[in-house]
Design a binder for this molecule. Structure first.
Ligand SMILES: C[S@@+](CC[C@H](N)C(=O)[O-])C[C@H]1O[C@@H](n2cnc3c(N)ncnc32)[C@H](O)[C@@H]1O
Length: 262
């Protein structure tokens, strides 16, 4: 896991690993973990993908962390929406899981843009959601959520404006879905092919990595930001303290974000 995804499963996680992998044994014709490990060693991809899916945590919700999304809604996204009249704005949700984070940004951006101009067209923006987990990305691309998933963190008014209900399933409005693309991407890989971004969200994923990998990823994130005004965000319980990744901390409303040091 460490080599492939960077996820650093420390001693003490044996029970977690056993619990998450046990359901994969029988479907792959294995009676015990030794057989499973042998099979995994011979695998050229598909089983590895399932193991990574099983051992990563895809917990997410809509508008996760109120201070952060209020800072986006009140200051950062209105700024980017008005900038979009002159240039293409690009936003990256770098550990997108099942898509709630990227769609939350897209909905707020759409709302901010329409407030400035009723003809605002969110398709002029590019919002990219990436994750290592193939199964999470299937849900993200579909943009379809059941009653339980839709209710977690949803802000008043957004469900009615941005979703179509079909029985127990809520589907993201087509114009928002079209603005968000999802791709499989491993944060250990080279970011250069993805291009530059005005806002990068790398939230609640760095906690799974070693300090060394965190630093490498943050340094590469800095290079992937447009200068001088690119914004970088991590999770509310995460910090870049001591990493020396070349960011300065800024406060927007009640949220802490980062910008590249010049
Ligand atoms: C806890 S979720 C965070 C979701 C969202 N950013 C949020 O804050 O609600 C962490 C995500 O990181 C992904 N992940 C873990 N290692 C990764 C890697 N090396 N590259 C890309 N994504 C990774 C997992 O698959 C998982 O979906």
């Amino acid at each position: 896991m460490r080599e492939h995804s960077g996820v650093d499963l420390q001693a003490g996680k044996e029970y977690f690993v056993e619990n998450r992998l046990a359901p994969l044994l029988a479907p792959h014709g294995c009676q015990n973990f030794s057989q499973f490990i042998q099979k995994l060693a011979r695998d050229n991809g598909p089983l590895r993908t399932k193991v990574v899916d099983a051992l990563t945590t895809h917990e997410t919700l809509w508008f996760r962390d109120d201070s952060f999304f209020s800072a986006l809604a009140d200051e950062i996204l209105p700024r980017l929406a008005s900038k979009s009249r002159q240039q293409k704005i690009r936003i990256w949700s770098a550990a997108a899981a099942t898509g709630q984070e990227a769609y939350s940004v897209a909905m707020l951006l759409d709302a901010a843009g329409r407030k400035q101009d009723p003809n605002f067209d969110i398709s002029r923006m590019q919002i990219l959601g990436t994750d290592i987990s193939a199964s999470s990305l299937v849900t993200a691309r579909q943009g379809r959520y059941n009653h339980l998933a839709i209710s977690r963190g949803m802000r008043p008014g957004f469900l009615e404006t941005y979703f179509k209900r079909e029985g127990d399933i809520y589907e993201v409005a087509p114009h928002v879905r079209r603005a968000v693309k999802f791709e499989q991407f491993n944060l250990k890989d080279d970011f250069a092919p993805l291009g530059k971004f005005d806002l990068i969200l790398c939230r609640n994923v760095l906690i799974y990595f070693s300090d060394d990998l965190k630093r490498q990823i943050c340094i590469r994130m800095r290079s992937a930001l447009n200068r001088p005004e690119g914004y970088f965000a991590i999770g509310a319980s995460e910090s870049l303290m001591g990493l020396e990744a070349g960011f300065k901390q800024i406060t927007v409303g009640r949220a802490v974000l980062y910008q590249p040091m010049l």
